[in-house]
Write a new protein. Sequence first.
Length: 168
Amino acid sequence: MEHYELTAAIALWRGPELLLMKREAGAFGGGGWFLPGGHVEAHERPVDAAARELREETGIAIVREALSLADVMTYERETGTAHCLVYNATCPGNTEVAMNEEHVVFRWYTAEAAVARFFDSVMLRERGVSERNIELAAEVGRVIMAASRARGMRGPGDRPDDARPTNW
């Protein structure tokens, strides 16, 4: 019988830049760059899990009403298939990140710069990354770009919300 996991993550934006966090070596995807997020607990809604994981991993509190669903990331784990609901959110004010022990460093990048720097399959192969982790990286890169598009971002900058097409 196939096992399914449900996780939730937040694409947290500060203007045109997105928060990425590098995982601790011993954790799932150790050494890789990810959006803040984690498992949805029993009797928890994914949107609440995303806000909880952001607070646990970064110290940044966001209310669930500030989240909008951007995309669903799907990837294979040893135990089966995992589905991650990815929400967009804007970083409140001048809030600073206070990492927990799951991560070793964080950085703010534009979506395009993040994908080019951390999720390029050619670069990852040259560094000896396994094919399974390259597939995961490709899915993370895909969902980062989808989250960017869901915010109406085009090119290097952020397009204002009121500039969205009327059929949005």
